[in-house]
Design a protein around this ligand. Structure first.
Ligand code: C5P
Length: 396
């Protein structure tokens, strides 16, 4: 859905990342308007943002270009989200106090849309107690705080305070509108395939891309949950704001899930776990045989979902069933066998690797079919269903 974003740029070197963010938003079909503090113009010229956004850039509350000469109201009223990136320590302090002494602070005060800040500063400034108080105050006021990240800083020091990358801000912005229907909940997910090695260069795996599991991890994060993602090998980027653990084999996946299980409210098992693994691992590459064909004997892997669902302290468990035929019949049998309150059924050929998916949710109330949608929309529909079931369960 095309949205209208107002981006406020304050005076930090991370302003260069905001150029890329504006480009990403425009490329995705969104409307972007940029406002800058006077200090920001020392790092990036307003002309750069004007060229990237396709709109004039405002820096001054006294700018007479808006028809009613009220830039401070006009600009934020047209926006669906106001993101300040980078937000300096000084900017955060003025927002926390509700001061209105420049265009950006005045726009924040006069806005009707959600406000998001992406702090960027030296690690000492980030940890400075008054700054921490200001961030806490802004969170309490309903402002969303994206980042900052940990790492090397422009000043050469290493610590917390780096602004998130443009792609990460872009990712978080897509979901910042969503209602926080999983606030206070902890969600653990598995995603992707597993890889069961035969020798150093060969193994058994499947065509799962991890896209559905990663989309669900993002949707849970956007719904306000604290999310842990145990991922098999995929080509996907780690979702920002999600604690991601990389594993390879089914047994490693089970161990990571068991280690992360304490305190989890929900476990969603999206991974396409290999049912079997080679009985033997060859330390050296198996040489081609010139007489006969080698045989591969297999051992059964643990069923991660069934193991977790059978525990006395099991969280609310959600399974996935990718079937190539008789989808609903096989899926319901699987739900009963693994004793799951909720199972997501889909046609394997249509789901694995694709960007969209068509699912049916199966629970004690029956079957709930969903239309074919992008995996991000499918993920949000699943999150809504889970949140509803958790709310109903807590009433009883
Ligand atoms: O492979 P199957 O169709 O039984 O998968 C159904 C559900 O069980 C999925 O949610 C999958 O992630 C989970 N599973 C698992 N461990 C396995 C096999 C499947 O957690 N070894």
């Amino acid at each position: 859905m095309a949205r209208s974003y107002l981006i406020g740029v304050t005076g930090g070197i991370a302003a260069y990342k905001s150029c890329e963010l504006v480009r990403l938003l425009v490329k995705a079909g969104h409307q972007v308007r940029v406002v800058m503090s006077e200090a920001a113009t020392h790092f990036i010229s307003p002309t750069t943002f004007q060229a990237l956004s396709g709109h004039p850039v405002f820096t001054d509350v006294w700018d007479a270009r808006p028809e009613n000469a009220m830039a401070h109201i006009e600009l934020s009223r047209q926006a669906d989200v106001f993101l300040i990136a980078p937000a300096t320590a000084d900017c955060l302090a003025r927002l926390a106090q509700g001061r209105c002494d420049d265009l950006i602070s005045t726009l924040a005060a006069a806005r009707t849309c959600p406000l998001v800040v992406a702090p960027a500063m030296n690690r000492q400034m980030w940890e400075n107690p008054p700054n921490q108080r200001n961030v806490q105050q802004l969170r309490a006021d309903g402002v969303q705080v994206f980042g900052p990240a940990h790492g090397e800083q422009a000043c050469g020091e290493v610590g917390d305070g780096r602004m998130l990358e443009a792609a990460q801000l872009f990712d978080l912005l897509q979901g910042c509108h969503q209602p926080k229907i999983l606030a206070g909940k902890k969600v653990l997910l598995t995603a992707g395939p597993t890889f069961e090695p035969i020798d150093p260069v060969r193994g058994i795996t499947n065509i799962s891309s991890g896209k559905m599991g990663y989309a669900l991890a993002r949707a849970c994060r956007d719904a306000g949950a604290e999310v842990t993602l145990v991922s098999g090998p995929t080509a996907l980027t780690e979702p920002v704001g999600v604690h991601t653990l990389a594993v390879r084999q089914a047994r490693e996946m089970l161990a990571a899930v068991e280690q992360s299980l304490s305190g989890q409210d929900v476990f969603i098992s999206v991974a396409a776990v290999a049912d079997y693994r080679p009985a033997e691992y060859h330390e050296h590459k198996i040489k081609k045989q010139h007489e006969g064909v080698p045989t591969l004997s297999l051992l059964e892997n643990p069923d991660i979902l069934a193991t977790i669902a059978a525990r006395a302290d099991a969280p609310f468990c959600v399974g996935f069933a990718a079937e190539s035929r008789n989808v609903l019949e096989f899926a319901e049998a699987k739900r009963q066998r693994k004793k799951l309150p909720l199972l997501v059924a889909n046609l394997a050929q249509a789901a694995m690797g694709a960007d969209d998916n068509e699912i049916v949710l199966l629970d004690d109330a029956g079957q709930h079919p969903m239309p074919r949608m992008e995996k991000s929309a499918v993920a949000w529909a699943i999150v809504q269903h889970i949140a509803q079931m958790l709310a109903t369960a807590s009433q009883h």
